[in-house]
Design a protein. Structure first.
Length: 181
């Protein structure tokens, strides 16, 4: 997928514009809200807790954008799910590459140079978006929890992000959601 190290991914994040961070924040929140609406929960209390995190005024929501936490996703089977969820994106990428090759009118030397340049630049990168819910009032003000994580695969270029930039979304509900907050 991406040959960037976590430090290189962090550098890419650090250089993202405010508009791109806003796009990722909206993408995370909309995905979480859509998922809550269609997912079956083990108990009504769990769903109510998640909805409360999202809807009540006393919770401030914020987004943390960071490199993928490999251990976290492996622990919850994310690595097993990714090939299934990314299969369509990979097939689409291959189809686009084939179409480019067929429509290309440049000579073989130019194609070789372009291919070498593409190999040096990442075509896709994975970012982890965490939804942080922080208590904004009362005796527990300032306490917060990550209530959901989203693994998003973005296609280059990594600026001026749009819906077309998103290749795959994998959502992970974290297990430490507790009704007492």
């Amino acid at each position: 997928m991406s040959h960037l190290t976590p430090d290189q991914v962090q550098d890419l994040i650090d250089h993202m514009s405010d508009e791109d961070i806003d796009f990722l924040s909206d993408l995370l929140l909309n995905t979480v809200i859509d998922a809550v609406a269609c997912v079956e929960f083990d108990s009504a209390q769990l769903k109510q807790t998640i909805v409360r995190y999202l809807n009540q005024v006393r919770y401030d929501l914020s987004t943390i954008v960071r490199p993928k936490d490999e251990a976290l996703w492996a622990e919850f089977g994310g690595d097993e799910l990714e090939p299934l969820l990314d299969a369509d994106a990979e097939a689409e990428t291959e189809a686009e590459a084939e179409a480019k090759a067929e429509s290309s009118t440049t000579n073989a030397a130019e194609n070789a140079t372009a291919t070498a340049a593409e190999a040096l630049e990442p075509q896709q990168v994975q970012l982890q978006l965490d939804l942080l819910s922080t208590v904004s009032a009362g005796s527990r003000a300032g306490e917060g929890k990550i209530v959901a994580s989203l693994l998003v695969t973005l296609q280059a270029p990594f600026s001026q992000l749009t819906e077309q930039s998103v290749r795959a979304l994998n959502i992970l509900w974290l297990p430490d959601i507790s009704p007492e907050i």
